[in-house]
Design a protein around this ligand. Structure first.
Ligand SMILES: Nc1ncnc2c1ncn2[C@@H]1O[C@H](COP(=O)(O)OP(=O)(O)O)[C@@H](O)[C@H]1O
Ligand SMILES: [Mg+2]
Length: 307
């Protein structure tokens, strides 16, 4: 069965005849592949439509697509699926036809969604990153505590929105947290990253479109939560984009292959320590802080990729 999207962007799963499939090929400019319609997806679709572009949402959580022909044809695909399985697989499927119009690419998604992989590539390219150690066993945890001391930050290799990122204040708590990982963690959930807690550093997020920084903010956590994710209620302040930031953003794009991304760094006056590259960045906070129409900028970039 072929997968289609209706006017509201909902997956319908209707069977298409060959001729309708060909018609569909000519009807869409931008397809946003995402497992939900959040503020960002709504805003991107609205911006694209206000430019006269034919834009639709494809819910990758409800797809039936064993092959490329099951996917609607469009000039450009923006892959914003949070699924670490479906996102890269769908991007790869779409790239078989034309890899220049799939954003972000399958390779970039695979690198960015694995925080260890992104950090390793950045380090290899000579960039400063947050000191990190992979924790795959209790022995790894013990070594990480020896190396970094406490407080220690533990986080999943694959994760986002600050979920399951913990700051442990002493060795006993670290081992208790690891008890849960050992007993409940399955598959990728049991792979952790340990880092020193970077106290007093400012937490910077740069939003990049077409590998160019468009908005930079510093995020400050609330009293109630030490994590500075905007989703956790963090407040933010606009930062000026200078040449150093521009170079850092280009470097992150080259190392990861991502074109649309959120670059997270910790700064204390020296070279920023890169923490992660988010390939499906949220940007409501950056829009509000800057007053810039990020969805419009993103749409303009995507439409510029059309042949
Ligand atoms: N090593 C660290 N030192 C200090 N704060 C950290 C550290 N790692 C993460 N944080 C805080 O936790 C937040 C979430 O961590 P992050 O690694 O960005 O995971 P996620 O991908 O879930 O956003 C960061 O924005 C930052 O505020
Ligand atoms: Mg983050």
């Amino acid at each position: 069965m072929s997968s289609t999207v209706d006017d509201l962007g909902a997956h319908t799963g209707r069977r298409r005849s060959a001729s309708t499939a060909i018609e569909a090929r000519a009807t869409l400019d931008i397809v946003v592949i995402a497992d939900r319609i959040g503020w960002e997806e709504k805003s991107i679709l609205t911006a694209a439509r206000s430019e006269g572009a034919r834009a639709q949402w494809l819910n990758d959580g409800e797809l039936c697509c064993g092959g490329r022909d099951d996917l609607p044809d469009a000039s450009v695909y923006l892959v914003r699926s949070r699924s670490m399985v479906r996102g890269p697989l769908l991007a790869e499927l779409l790239e078989r036809v034309d890899d220049s119009r799939v954003v972000n690419s399958a390779d970039a998604i695979a690198i960015c969604s694995n925080k260890m992989s992104a950090l390793a590539r950045l380090r290899r390219a000579g960039h400063a990153t947050v000191p990190s150690r992979l924790v795959l066993s209790r022995a790894d945890l013990t070594k990480a505590i020896d190396m970094f001391g406490c407080p220690l930050v533990l986080k999943p290799v694959y994760g986002g929105l600050g979920r399951r990122v913990v700051r442990v204040s002493d060795t006993t708590i670290a081992h208790s947290v690891y008890d849960y990982v050992e007993h409940q963690g399955a598959g990728f959930d049991s792979a952790l990253i340990a880092q020193p807690y970077l106290e007093g550093f400012s937490d910077m997020r740069v939003l990049a479109i077409g590998s160019e920084p468009v908005v930079a903010i510093t995020r400050r956590p609330t009293e109630a939560d030490w994590r500075a994710n905007v989703e956790q209620g963090a407040s933010f302040e606009l930062l000026e984009i200078d040449d150093e930031l521009r170079e850092l953003t280009h470097a992150a794009s080259v190392a990861s292959g991502a074109q649309v991304f959120g670059l997270d760094c910790f700064c204390d006056g020296g070279a920023p320590l890169i923490s992660e590259i988010n390939h499906t960045p949220r940007f409501r906070g950056a829009s509000e802080a800057s007053g810039r129409d990020i969805s419009h900028m993103l749409t303009t970039f995507l439409l510029g990729l059309q042949r």
